[in-house]
Design a protein around this ligand. Structure first.
Ligand code: DQQ
Length: 458
């Protein structure tokens, strides 16, 4: 299934991707009969957005995925005729049930589909779709879509993404006895447009430790905000907030509690190139690594890659702890597009320090991952041109960077509590030299381990 683009070094080896064409949000994430199922927003007829379907893949180990036939397609003349947009899946007394946004005539309303087979291959749409006839009349809202559904005391609840005009992004709370008839309750949470945008897409709401967490994908900010707080009397009161990823390349995440009791999340990794390049490539979009969320002391968020990823480690290169001054090449000629790097570094007196990834065949192409006064910065250089730059605020000192370089994806987990993701489109399959650098003073390397990674495609 990966054959079509197998010569394309911008594709990923161990981040999930659709076999071809356009892919965006993860949808309907579920563990069903022992298998993980990942559905996703998919345009099967080209590498740009169009009439969106639900693509589908299955995995028994959260690593190796099997592409399966499209699960949901728009129905001509139906409430989803212009697209089957984002949604989730629940287990309705043994029946796998999808709640998604049917897109028709520029509006989205919730629709239901159910499956009767163990591999979730075939889906029947409810003939009474959409299950809500309209937006809530009592509110002046900007848009209305995307669903997170859960069960509480024999009743179903869902939040739908929205925004109140002039106020800010909003998650609207509904209740139902049967997933078919829904009663609007109240806003679960209302944001401030200056702080978290005017419209919240893809709300995800779940318990974590003794708190609740709401994540939302913000228009126009393009960032994913999380709020940690208390859920009581159908209202969620945020007590702290942050961004799930410092960059706009991570969007529309969805999570589940898996059979191991973990809060498991995937997000869509947007491309960073224009439509002409996407047309030439014939594909767009990747998934983040599976990320595990946890509640840490002080009610802060923990974010780590799923430990399963370590099973993909192959050749290992270790660099002894040392003092770093100037620029030191420590590993040469890594002929791979897929690396995992564990870097534990203390900036000490240096004004900037970090890791440089330089292509020995294209020396002008390099990626600098550096700790500077203002925080963590990812910078690509092509000759003297700076191509991309992402930043995440961090205080100077000792930090652990868990770095995943995979084709055009660079995904960094920072101190197991935040992420920063970037996309780079290099000229040819990589032949990398890895260097450490410290400017303006010495830095200390505590750990540098590098693994060449195997592909998840069998
Ligand atoms: N993507 C879907 C929408 C959602 C958006 C459409 C977020 O349902 O709001 O593909 O990326």
């Amino acid at each position: 299934m990966q054959i079509k683009h197998h010569n394309d070094h911008h594709r990923t080896a161990y981040h999930f991707q659709a076999p071809s064409n356009w892919m965006n949000d993860p949808n309907g994430l579920v563990q069903w009969k022992g298998n993980y199922h990942l559905f996703y927003q998919y345009h099967p007829h080209g590498p740009l957005p169009g009439k969106i379907h639900w693509g589908h893949a299955m995995s028994s180990d959260l690593l190796h995925w099997t592409h399966l036939p499209i699960a949901l397609s728009p129905t001509d003349g139906g409430p989803d005729e212009d697209g089957c947009w984002s949604g989730c899946m629940v287990n309705d007394h043994g029946t796998p049930t999808i709640i998604y946004s049917g897109n028709a005539h520029g509006r989205q309303l919730p629709c239901i589909a159910t499956s009767a087979d163990d591999d979730l291959l075939t889906w029947q749409k409810y003939t009474g779709n959409p299950v809500l006839p309209d937006w809530p009349a009592e509110l002046d809202i900007v848009e209305f879509r995307d669903h997170c559904v859960w069960q509480e005391s024999e009743m179903w609840y869902q939040v739908i993404g929205s925004g109140i005009k002039g106020v800010g992004g909003t998650a609207l709370l509904y209740r139902s006895p049967d997933l078919l008839q829904w009663e609007y309750l109240q806003p679960l949470c209302v944001g401030n447009k200056a702080e978290s945008g005017t419209m919240w897409e893809c709300p995800d709401f779940f318990p974590l430790g003794d708190k609740h967490v709401l994540t939302v994908s913000s228009i126009p900010d393009g960032l994913v905000y999380y709020f940690i707080g208390t859920y009581q009397n159908f209202t969620f009161t945020p007590e702290s907030q942050g961004v799930l990823d410092g960059s706009r390349h991570f969007y529309a995440p969805q999570s589940i509690r898996d059979d191991q009791g973990r809060r498991l999340m995937f997000g869509w990794l947007r491309e960073g190139r224009d439509d002409t390049d996407l047309q030439l490539a014939g594909w767009a979009g990747a998934m983040s690594l599976p990320r595990i969320l946890s509640l840490q002391p002080g009610a802060t968020l923990g974010i780590e890659p799923a430990p399963e990823i370590a099973q993909l480690r192959r050749d290992h290169h270790a660099v002894e702890p040392r003092t770093i001054t100037g620029h030191q090449t420590v590993i040469e000629q890594l002929f791979t597009n897929a690396l995992e790097i564990m870097l534990d570094i203390d900036s000490q007196a240096a004004t900037s320090c970090g890791l440089a990834l330089q292509d020995s065949a294209y020396p002008e192409e390099s990626i600098y991952i550096s700790l500077q006064g203002s925080g963590l910065s990812i910078e690509a250089k092509n000759g003297s041109a700076k191509l991309e730059r992402e930043q995440y605020p961090l205080t100077p000192g000792r930090h652990t960077l868990h770095i995943f370089l995979d084709g055009s994806v660079l995904e960094i987990f920072i101190d197991a509590s935040a992420c920063l993701t970037e996309r780079f489109y290099h000229s040819a399959p990589r032949q990398l030299n890895l260097s450490l650098f410290a400017n303006g003073g010495e830095a200390t390397l505590h750990q540098l381990d590098v693994w060449e990674m195997a592909s998840i495609w069998r």
